[in-house]
Write a new protein. Structure first.
Length: 144
């Protein structure tokens, strides 16, 4: 009998299925769902700062696009309002965004790192954290 392999949905989405590209507004809507949990379109729209709040219909259109991209899903209906939740994790969306950024530089990380250093956005603490992560990953590879 062959062994049973269990894969959680985050791993499946992150590794096997192409994650959707998200616009800036779509990212903001996803942030609202990641931070606030399941929400209606009205709750998402009212979560925007008042000065930058998009129209309800704009948020509604973006929510339906996110649903079509399978980034969010409907979880229930209260009266006439549908409640949505994130179907992809924040880390999976961040990985996609970083991969897209690196592809702009031909997969090379050096121009990105150089910019982070020159702009003062890369700190010594960040470098130390990166070193710890690299060491941990190297140990993990050796144990395989």
């Amino acid at each position: 009998m062959s062994p049973t392999i269990v894969v959680d949905i985050t791993t499946l989405i992150g590794d096997c299925v192409a994650l959707p590209k998200l616009t800036r507004l779509e990212h903001q809507i996803m942030d609202a769902l990641w931070n606030g949990g399941p929400s209606s379109i009205r709750e998402i729209q009212e979560g925007f700062p008042e000065k930058q709040r998009p129209a309800y219909t704009t948020v509604q259109t973006m929510v339906y696009r996110l649903e079509a991209k399978k980034a969010i899903k409907r979880v229930k209906k209260i009266g006439n309002a549908h409640v949505f939740e994130a179907a992809i994790s924040r880390s999976a969306a961040q990985r996609r965004l970083i991969d897209d950024l690196l592809s702009f530089f031909g997969g090379r990380i050096q121009p990105v790192v150089a910019h982070l250093i020159e702009s003062g956005k890369l700190t010594l603490d960040d470098v130390e954290e990166a070193k710890r992560t690299l060491r941990r990953l190297a140990k993990k590879d050796k144990s395989r």
